[in-house]
Design a protein around this ligand. Structure first.
Ligand SMILES: NC(=O)c1ccc[n+]([C@@H]2O[C@H](COP(=O)([O-])OP(=O)(O)OC[C@H]3O[C@@H](n4cnc5c(N)ncnc54)[C@H](O)[C@@H]3O)[C@@H](O)[C@H]2O)c1
Length: 242
């Protein structure tokens, strides 16, 4: 589980641990990863923490190897780490574009490759990528061209890998959260003031909470979803409907 030190990744890690998974808590922040792994062990789960940059290929290779060494196999991989930077499209720099794509898309691709190579000999595996509602609509009024494009591409990546790897027992799906109340929103000067406007565009009448997503990750990680692959599961309070 990448980006598991806080927010959606932390909630996913708790949900999978409660469902019986052994969890490698992977985050750029060693402190956050350690803390979440400790929370999981306090619940009686097996968990390790790994500090890693999910945008860097040698880090990705290393966290996959460390996880397999710790637990003996890799059944479920959740590629969740992502960042959002806000700029008007005509002003977005290539540095911003590269930074966002290097983690949100290129990092997810690299991780999927390394994870699948462990799963192929097992003949089974579940890969779950965190995309975004931004893969389906253009969220507004914030301007986030790099993010929107990267998340649209995560859906295309997920569909492509699902098609290529289905015959080897690998299922690849993604979850597209709507606007979820996490630090990504609350600590962003550009995004935090927009909450009231967003809520007026959400049929469910509120922002999402990380708990709204936990059942979905357990479903996609478990055998009951074995006939589902290449799917983009939107959980957005109906925001894509209006
Ligand atoms: N919050 C939302 O409304 C929302 C909506 C749709 C999609 N998402 C997606 O969900 C995922 C998680 O979002 P969140 O809201 O929990 O974010 P967050 O910022 O609260 O947490 C992200 C975590 O990822 C870690 N991280 C950042 N860069 C990393 C890197 N290079 N390598 C490893 N770890 C790294 C951070 O340290 C942090 O612990 C992201 O992919 C995001 O795009 C979030």
């Amino acid at each position: 589980m990448t980006g598991a030190g806080q927010g959606i990744g932390r909630a996913f890690a708790h949900a999978l641990a409660e469902a019986g998974a052994k969890v490698a808590v992977i985050d750029l922040s060693a402190d956050r990863a350690d803390e979440v792994a400790r929370e999981l062990r306090e619940k009686g789960a097996e968990a390790i923490s790994i500090q890693a940059d999910a945008a860097d290929e040698s880090s990705v290779e290393s966290f996959v190897r460390t996880t397999v060494q710790a637990f003996g196999r890799l059944d479920i991989a959740v590629n969740n780490a992502g960042i959002n930077l806000n700029s008007a499209a005509e002003e977005a720099t290539l540095e911003e574009w590269d930074m966002v794509h290097n983690l949100n898309l290129r990092g997810v691709f690299i991780a999927c490759q390394h994870e699948a190579k462990v799963m192929f000999p097992q003949g089974y595996g579940k890969i779950i990528n965190t995309a975004s509602m931004a893969s389906m609509i253009v969220p507004h009024p914030q301007k986030q061209v790099s993010y929107n494009v990267s998340k649209g591409a995560v859906v295309s990546l997920t569909r492509t890998l699902a098609a290529e790897w289905a015959d080897r027992g690998i299922r690849v799906n993604c979850i597209s959260p709507g606007i979820i109340r996490t630090a990504l929103i609350e600590e962003s000067e550009a995004l935090a003031p927009l909450v009231d406007e967003w809520v007026s565009n959400i049929p469910a009448g509120r922002l999402g909470e990380v708990g709204d997503l936990q059942g979905a990750v357990v479903y996609l990680a478990s055998e009951v979803s074995d006939y589902m692959t290449g799917h983009n599961l939107a959980i957005e309070g109906g925001q894509t409907l209006w």
